[in-house]
Design a protein around this ligand. Structure first.
Ligand code: CP
Length: 305
């Protein structure tokens, strides 16, 4: 099955997800033998206008494990010709001459769509703006949930923290809405609650959800606790405490024994380091899954050849 641009989660149907997860399983076997040379003529460009640890490194590692090559600028806002006034569209047209796929993290919501509209090579959205999407992160998270919980139907998931501009939360909510008997909880200060476009989508698809500003009486009954960071930029000058939803061993005691804790990372003061060693803390396994899922996505993009 061939993929061209990866811009938003909504484009992933259940058959595409199944193929992706099957391929990710295969890629774990490829990784166990150190990689492959199958894509040694392919070049991937990573063009990141915002900071990244996991997404850029795991995409670059995925491409190298496939035998391919990487062209990179990790601080495109400073080291690409945007600083001289070049438009994103022109940059994309130019870089498309030098590679077979572009992985783009852009500071504007809609940046990936703008790039895809003019690009001669596939664009992969690695996060666009505040309130955009981060579809490949959500895909590795779906793979993680399936791997850990052994199902994607009938799950209850609590999203916690700064949800309004959480592009990973937005992308994952779209993907979860494709499954049966899912219930989503959105726990955030009123000023940071999930945006209405996501709630409209859930209602259109018959997905149950609940909004709350407190995690009391919710974390004890869900299968997945999805924690996010409340940034200092957003909490400064407000009465919002960035550690309002602090997840520590007291919270762990209330959670179901077979639930998992996820976090897109980077994590900060919202999770106690004492939680890291609990088997339910899945966030390091989640970030590790970035390699096999991104290898699988790249192989689907290169399928046409
Ligand atoms: N999850 C995620 O996007 O992490 P980075 O910002 O480090 O890429």
């Amino acid at each position: 099955m061939y993929l061209k641009h990866i811009v938003e989660s909504q484009q992933f149907t259940l058959p595409i997800l199944k193929e992706l997860f099957d391929r990710a399983d295969q890629m774990n076997k490829v990784l166990a033998r150190g990689g492959t040379r199958d894509y040694d003529r392919k070049i991937m460009s990573t063009l990141f206008y915002q900071p990244s640890t996991r997404t850029r490194f795991s995409f670059e590692s995925a491409m190298l494990r496939l035998g391919g090559n990487v062209l990179s600028t990790e601080q495109a806002d400073a080291f690409s010709s945007e600083i001289k006034g070049e438009m994103l569209e022109d940059t994309i047209r130019i870089i498309g001459n030098y590679c077979d796929v572009i992985v783009l993290r852009h500071h504007e919501e809609g940046g990936a769509k703008r790039a895809a509209a003019v690009s001669s090579v596939p664009i992969i959205n690695a996060g666009d703006g505040a309130g955009g999407q981060h579809p490949t992160q959500a895909l590795l998270e779906m793979y993680t949930i399936y791997d850990e919980c052994k199902t994607l139907n009938g799950l209850s998931v609590a999203f916690i923290g700064q949800l309004d501009d959480g592009r990973t939360v937005r992308s994952l909510a779209y993907l979860l809405s494709k499954f049966e008997r899912v219930k989503l909880y959105f726990i955030a200060p009123d000023e940071m609650q999930i945006k209405p476009d996501i709630l409209d989508h859930l209602e259109e698809n018959g997905i149950a959800y609940q909004l709350s500003s407190s995690m009391e009486d919710i974390v004890n009954k869900v299968d997945v606790v999805y924690q996010t960071r409340i940034s200092e930029e957003r909490s400064a000058g407000t009465d919002i405490d960035p550690s309002i939803y602090y997840l520590d061993t007291n919270v762990l005691q209330k959670m179901k024994y077979n639930s998992i804790i996820m976090h897109p990372m980077p994590k900060s003061i919202e999770i106690s380091s004492a939680v890291d060693s609990d088997p339910r803390a899945a966030y390091f396994r989640q970030s590790a899954n970035g390699i096999c899922v991104r290898m699988a996505l790249l192989s689907m993009i290169f399928e046409k050849d």
